[in-house]
Design a protein around this ligand. Structure first.
Ligand code: IFM
Length: 473
């Protein structure tokens, strides 16, 4: 049996380790009370899990180039194979199905679907996502599509990428064509993933692809992402009239690293760029006063009318509060700094603050007209889970997820219109500039053998979701 077939068979076989108890400190899965119909799910993105970067007509994207030039990735790895989901997809869907988690948010790869500028669609690329949708449908898992999760085709980067206004129009065209292909099969369509992260880390700090730095690249990229998002939402209203249309933003409360006036000002600035300059154009048709002048060089008359769109739901990605310091070496003098909060959980050396989820959800609820939201990503990174001989125990992740869900429940009890929660991620994958150094999965992936093994958090989440859905566990 070939390796791939063996892995498929493994995915369909009984799960190897099923704990029947949880660390005493955790709430019992059945103790949560989310509203009926609340959507529990898993999230992934194309580039982080698919691999098969040169197969079936896919062209290079900005991350392929970024991984293979210079020393951008902390552990020197790349995503050429990563989880090999392109070939192991049915087994991955089976793992989701066996957890009882009924929703799956994934993204499509632009370089796979449209390998040439102005060229025809790549049939083999579309066929992969058709197969994925078939598989999900067969297992009663609802698909949630994210159209753009950072993997811009390199041919567009060569024309300036997101610093070129034209890319906004190319995104709208892409969204239109892709949604026409999938027709009525997808009920929830999100345009962007995390414009704040893509613009700041990829275009202002240069830690992510395409590796640009400086204020002009950051601000112009963000404006063009906002514009492209507005144009895409309008296109989707025509091409996917039955779908709920939205977008996904990374929303985090921001605190100054110290009480110095410089840090306080830097934190206010970053908050305006990270949260305000993403949500204000969409919901209010303007940029926050603190940074509005910075956008003027790129914002043509009428742009803000295009950016402001009615959406059906907002995806909120929440991980932790941001602590910001003044540092003149970086764009706009802002940089991530140390935290002052006494925190219980740390992942990727970052302090985790589950109560920040409540804070940001209530802020969006109060400041942006009580929109319907779902938590489109929430997760915890470890270096390597599990203790020798004890199965894969990931108590830190489990504790973090449990605490976030408690704060989420409190926000719903206090009136926020949150209708879903998706874990990042179903399985360990390529964590951008960190390579495979940090692992976010509730399923372990051995990147040598590609074997998948559920961790304790998978079973805990599965029990929670089944309890909420009234399924006997
Ligand atoms: O892996 C990323 C994802 O692509 C976007 N949101 C944050 C995750 C964890 O860093």
């Amino acid at each position: 049996m070939k390796r791939r077939e063996a892995l498929q068979a493994l995915a369909a076989s009984p799960l190897p380790f099923v704990p029947n108890h949880w660390p005493a400190a955790q709430p019992a899965p059945a103790s949560y009370k989310f509203p009926p119909g609340f959507a529990f799910g898993f999230s992934t993105s194309a580039y982080q899990i698919e691999g098969a970067v040169s197969e079936d007509g896919r062209t290079q994207g900005i991350w392929d180039v970024f991984c293979h030039t210079g020393h951008h990735i902390q552990d020197g790895r790349n995503a050429d194979v990563t989880c090999d989901h392109y070939h192991l997809m049915p087994g991955d869907v089976a793992l989701m199905a066996r957890s009882g988690v009924p929703n799956y948010r994934f993204s499509v790869s632009w370089p796979r679907l449209y390998p040439e500028l102005s060229g025809p669609p790549n049939k083999r690329g579309f066929a992969f996502y058709d197969r994925l949708l078939d598989e999900l449908q067969a297992k009663n898992i609802t698909p949630w599509l994210c159209l753009y999760h950072w993997d811009l085709p390199q041919y567009l980067q060569e024309r300036g990428g997101w610093t070129n206004r034209d890319t906004a129009y190319r995104l709208a065209e892409f969204c239109d064509k892709v949604s026409r292909h999938f027709g009525g099969r997808i009920g929830n369509i999100m345009v962007l993933n995390e414009a704040a992260v893509h613009s700041y880390i990829g275009h202002g700090l240069g830690f992510h692809a395409p590796g640009l730095t400086g204020k002009a690249n950051w601000v112009s990229a963000l404006h063009h992402l906002n514009l492209g998002q507005g144009l895409s939402i309008q296109a989707l209203r025509a091409s996917a009239p039955h779908a709920r249309i939205g977008t996904v933003a990374s929303c985090e409360p921001v605190r100054p690293s110290t009480h110095s006036p410089e840090d306080v000002k830097a934190a206010a600035l970053l908050d305006a760029m990270w949260n305000g300059a993403v949500l204000d154009p969409l919901f209010k048709g303007k940029y926050p006063a603190l940074v509005a002048a910075d956008f003027e060089p790129y914002c043509k008359p009428g742009d803000l009318r295009e950016c402001q769109q009615k959406i059906d739901l907002l995806g909120v990605n929440y991980y932790n509060r941001l602590h910001i310091k003044y540092d003149p070496h970086y764009a706009m003098g802002v940089m991530f700094g140390a935290d002052n909060d006494k925190v219980k959980y740390r992942a990727m050396n970052i302090p985790m603050s589950p109560d920040g989820l409540y804070e940001i959800v209530m802020r969006i609820h109060n400041d942006y007209g009580q929109p319907e939201m779902f938590i489109s990503e929430n997760g915890f990174a470890t270096v390597k889970d599990g203790k020798p001989g004890s199965g894969l125990e990931d108590d830190g992740r489990l504790a973090y997820l449990a605490a976030n869900l408690q704060f989420l429940q409190k926000s719903i009890d206090d009136g926020a219109n949150v209708t879903g929660y998706f874990i990042w991620s179903i399985m360990d994958n390529f964590e951008w500039d960190a390579g495979m150094k940090y692992r976010f999965g509730v399923v372990d992936v051995d990147f040598k053998t590609l074997q998948r093994t559920p961790k304790q958090s998978y079973y805990w989440y599965s029990a929670l979701v089944k309890a909420q859905r009234g399924v006997q566990v």
